[in-house]
Design a protein around this ligand. Sequence first.
Ligand SMILES: [Ca+2]
Ligand SMILES: [Ca+2]
Ligand SMILES: [Ca+2]
Ligand SMILES: [Ca+2]
Length: 461
Amino acid sequence: MRLSSFAVAALLLASCSPDEPVEGVDPVDIAPPAAVTDLAATPGEGSITLAWTYPADADLYACELRRLDGTTAPASRAAGELLTTLTSLTPGDVGNFNDGPVSNGQPYSYTIFCRDTVANWQTSVDAGNTESAIPVDVTPPSVVTDLVAMPGDGRVALAWTHPAATDLHSCELRRLDGTTPPANTTEGVTVTTINSPTPGDAGNHSDVAVINGQQYSYTIFCRDIVGNWQTTVSPGNTESAIPVDTTVPLVVGDLVAVPGDGMVALAWTYPADSDLHSCELRRLDGTTAPASRADGELLTTLTSPTPGDAGNHSDAAVINGQQYSYTIFCRDFIGNWQTTVNAGNTESATPLDMTPPAVVTNLAAAPGDTNVTLTWTYPNVSDLHSCVVRRLDGPTPPATPTSGVLVVTLSTPTPGDAGNHFDGTVMNGQQYSYTIFCRDFIGNWQSTVNAGNSESVTPTP
Ligand SMILES: [Ca+2]
Ligand SMILES: [Ca+2]
Ligand SMILES: [Ca+2]
Ligand SMILES: [Ca+2]
């Protein structure tokens, strides 16, 4: 039979030698169980998993798992806090317990005390029934989401949402050339490190270390304060983009149009843009310069200009007296056309006839009695308007269209034809010298005096 605790206590009171068997009753059990063995404490994320082996004592009844903060295990059942009382035990079996939540980085120490059915508590504390552990954070932050990469001109604008992890420490924006984003924190280059981001908040970065036309792929990796890196690569934290040149060249400057005879001489300064590809010189009849590349006619395409250098063009496809207006438009290598029209890249000009007719030829002066008969050949120029026969007394012919006296004005002569004039206003014995000067419709006077258009003669009876 078994004695109740009460009966044992009564027997203990009745005997001064309790270790000895008492006549007529079972020997009193005063031996506690052995201690648990092989206690192990495995730290986890916010938890510690404990495992041990129960003592083999047949009268094992219950055990207490106690815990103390720090590195010293509870030395007795009065120390630390009782985590759990383990009952319905099988002697010699393994036991386990998961202690959590506990604070990561904080040491915890454990002891297990066991008792038998009559409440004899084992009090020993040794390596077998004590253990310490520090739970560790092994959980990386979740993945960045909503990453977008907007291609710009010489830049890629990235935006995303940081993970909501409260222990978020920093994130790294990494980049690889091409279509495949970095697969881990060593692939590609670090574009930027975002320190102390606010968990769950939006982040952004403008990557300007890029070349237009080149594809770039990005991944953002984040870590927590103990250094757990998130390694996931997903649509949420990766993105590719190709920055593009959208900047048009600057405008041509200093355009001048100098009217000439049957031509307009244009000069200008090219814009200094390094990606200047070519320019178009366009022309419209009249006072208004081409407003766009759809306006007027293309006079010439200026290829491979040197940025910032001077340029020029001679427009000979013009009619004198007609006004022309010019605009120069430039483009870059991508094909971005500059569309601005201002004083710097527009100009108007009216080419002018400044060419006098050629000289009369074959002038002959036949002396008569108080007269001189002149014959010549008109110059063969299409814009021949009129000629004048001028005369000076003496051996020297008139040098200009206004010197000497006007003998006759020859209107609307036929170019290249023969002409003649009978000068009956002369005296015998007096020497006379003639020059014929011609002009065109604009009024350009031919001023040459030579053997062809001058002659001296002395009328005789
Ligand atoms: Ca016992
Ligand atoms: Ca963590
Ligand atoms: Ca450009
Ligand atoms: Ca002329």
